[in-house]
Ligand binder design. Sequence first.
Ligand code: SF4
Ligand code: SF4
Length: 102
Amino acid sequence: MLLLASAVWRIRDSQLNSFDVGHETELPTGGILSMPRIEIDEERCKGCELCTIPCPRSLVRMAEKFNQKGYRISEFVDPEGRCTGCAMCARMCPDVVIKVYR
Ligand code: SF4
Ligand code: SF4
């Protein structure tokens, strides 16, 4: 059972979109600060709410709007830049519509 779970996890990981580099800000010192974030493909979201469960910082929630198919969509709310890019939300999404930048 453990092996099966591990295999499923690997397949899910391979389905994830690539972890692209997040917003990059050049610091006064010349260094680069990368800010992790996610993007949710709203038109592919089916409103299952699963992605709102695993975020350790509660940054994913259900929005007050609907997509063209009539599904209430999820949204990423992170005004303070607290996303760690851990990708737990993306791993949870059964439709692989969350892209992680970090
Ligand atoms: S990548 Fe991690 S911290 Fe960022 S929104 Fe998803 S679950 Fe939360
Ligand atoms: S898990 Fe995926 S399909 Fe479900 S609400 Fe979140 S983004 Fe939409």
